[in-house]
Design a protein around this ligand. Structure first.
Ligand code: 5GP
Length: 202
């Protein structure tokens, strides 16, 4: 049996609650490996290199692109973000499901390269709620918040390229829903067919 792990892409506008959902998901589904991205943005307070992000200079980031080390990358609000390719393939080969928490340009690149990936788009309950979450977070200045709100409008339009849309009203429920999506995706006929002797020739 070839049990290649799932590649799960979680996207959604800044303020949809992706960070909180990912943390809760890691507790509920400890087998799912979380990809650590590279970025050219500066670390926020409490962020550790190698744990939250690999913090790179623009030159270092460009070098990794040139060497084909990024599975996808994108510019977001003036900074570059990208997924290092190597660990993803390794983990999936070992049978681990892998979660990428990335924005929509990168999500589109992944779907194009790996159509069997599972795209989940996280939505805030309302636009008003999104605004209040971004203001309440207190980690960004007003200019950055405005930039992120403008980006969020564009990002919301990108939901159509995803396989699932989950409204994040309540973290527990959202995490349960994502768990159910993962379980269902593992039973998708096209995947099972590849790994189950009984279905050879179907
Ligand atoms: P933040 O600066 O708030 O940590 O992240 C900003 C945005 O970049 C978020 O929407 C986050 O999902 C996205 N992001 C984080 N890592 C990656 C990555 O590796 N690739 C892409 N395309 N987006 C990423």
């Amino acid at each position: 049996m070839n049990n290649k792990g799932l590649l799960i892409v979680l996207s959604g506008p800044s303020g949809a609650g992706k960070g909180t959902v990912v943390k809760a998901l890691q507790k509920r589904q400890p087998g799912v490996r979380l990809s650590v991205s590279a970025t050219t943005r500066s670390p926020r307070e409490g962020e550790q290199p190698g744990k939250h992000y690999f913090f790179l200079t623009k030159e270092e980031f460009q070098q990794q692109i040139d060497q084909g080390q990024m599975l996808e990358y994108a510019e977001y609000c003036g900074n570059y973000y990208g997924t290092p390719a190597k660990p993803i393939e390794q983990w999936r080969k070992e049978g681990h499901d892998v979660l990428l928490e990335i924005e929509i340009q990168g999500g589109g690149q992944i779907k194009e390269k790996q159509p069997d990936s599972v795209g989940i788009f996280l939505l805030p309950p309302s636009w008003k709620e999104l605004e209040s979450r971004l203001h309440g977070r207190g980690t960004e200045d007003e200019t950055t918040i405005c930039k992120r709100l403008e980006t969020a409008r564009k990002e919301l339009a990108g939901v159509c390229g995803y396989d699932y849309a989950v409204v994040n009203e309540n973290v527990e429920e959202t995490v349960r829903t994502i768990g159910a999506i993962i379980a269902a995706e593992k039973q998708r006929f096209s995947r099972i067919k590849e790994t189950c002797d009984l279905l050879k020739g179907c």
